[in-house]
Design a binder for this molecule. Structure first.
Ligand SMILES: [Fe+2]
Length: 346
């Protein structure tokens, strides 16, 4: 496995680059905007293809690298379903799995630092975001933080993991890089409380100043989505309502870019072809499945995904591959459902 812990000294943020092998797919956790060049350089050096970028929560101390990495690598952006970010490619909830080639992360909802805080468990290690830090815990005094919820997330979820589980947080300000669940149980001063009420009182009396750039950073992190207006202007986007009206039309080929897990959880559109986003490049090449189906049937490809981000990128990929009339459904199946569109269970 390739495992890299990367540090942004300005914000004290740790980002993690994961891959199962050189030459394979990679995932990054909590990337920082200003470090995007470094990540891209490392991806090139290790011959990795970035396919997913996750933020454990909406950060208040640095601007996320999610948007810039998506624009540069066409990766899928992921946050929790509670996140206030405008658009991400995929939203996850407790119990979901995030997979890339050779690796699987279990999604744990661990609110408290914020109401959209998640941890990601991968075998012998857990990425705790700002929920559990090394000898500390994330503050709970803004962004819908809640010390009571955090106590529950830490004591009833994270500390229930095997003691030898490695703890990789999103921040450290003292120079520590990794800990274990057992170590934190024994030596984390914030966890030396006798009850949830005692923890709530402790967290209520920290009196921390707000992060320096919070007023700039939080709004920026809420507007991370891909701008899709251009596709609209070029006539390459269908509103959910227009897409619903076109359901069943013989000249349109609906293409579902989501993963199997998303399809079974949220339902599928009748008659749609399944072509997962990560292999869209292959599928659009001469001889590729989508290319051939579109050519043979003469139908216009209309991509859709969860929120419209992957489908917008697929339209661009189709354009580059010479399929100039491919379109997408703005806002994805989320918008489709909100507009009253029918779905069937896969
Ligand atoms: Fe945070």
């Amino acid at each position: 496995m390739i495992f890299r812990q990367l540090f942004d000294s300005v914000s004290g943020t740790y980002s993690y680059l994961l891959a199962s092998r050189q030459g394979g797919e990679a995932l990054i956790l909590d990337p920082v905007l200003e470090k995007a060049d470094r990540y891209c350089q490392l991806l090139r050096e290790l011959d990795l293809k970035l396919v997913k970028a996750i933020d454990t929560h909406l950060h208040a101390d640095h601007i996320t690298g999610l948007g810039v990495l998506r624009d540069r690598t066409h990766c899928i952006t992921i946050m929790g379903e509670q996140s206030k970010a405008d658009i991400v490619s995929m939203r996850v909830c407790d119990g979901d799995k995030v997979t890339i080639e050779g690796l699987c992360l279990d999604v744990m909802y661990t609110p408290g630092h914020t109401d959209d805080s998640y941890s990601y468990l991968m075998g012998d290690r857990v990425f705790t975001g700002d929920t559990l830090l090394i000898r500390g815990t994330g503050r709970t005094d803004f962004q819908n933080g809640n010390a009571r919820a955090q106590y529950d997330s830490i004591f009833n979820r994270l500390l229930k993991l095997p003691e030898e589980t490695l703890v990789y947080p999103a921040h450290d300000y003292k120079g520590d890089t990794v800990s274990t669940i057992g170590e934190e149980k024994r030596y984390n001063p914030r966890l030396k409380v006798g009850s949830v009420d005692e923890y709530v009182e402790l967290m209520g009396n920290l009196n921390l100043p707000n992060p320096k750039l919070m007023d700039v950073v939080v709004p920026a992190n809420m507007h991370v989505g891909l701008h899709q207006e251009d596709l609209d202007k070029q006539g390459l986007a269908l509103s959910a309502r227009a897409a619903i009206l076109s359901l069943g039309r013989p000249d349109i080929l609906l293409v579902d870019l989501r993963e199997t897990g998303e399809r079974s959880k949220h339902g599928v559109l009748a008659g749609a072809l399944h072509a997962p986003y990560p292999s869209i490049g292959e599928s659009l090449k001469p001889g590729g499945m989508l290319r051939e189906v579109a050519a043979a049937s003469g139908r216009r490809i209309v991509f859709f995904c969860a929120f419209g981000e992957r489908s917008a990128m697929a339209v661009a990929a189709a354009n580059e591959a010479g399929l100039v009339n491919a379109a997408h459904i703005t806002g994805g199946i989320d918008a489709w459902k909100k507009a009253g569109g029918p779905v069937v269970q896969s």
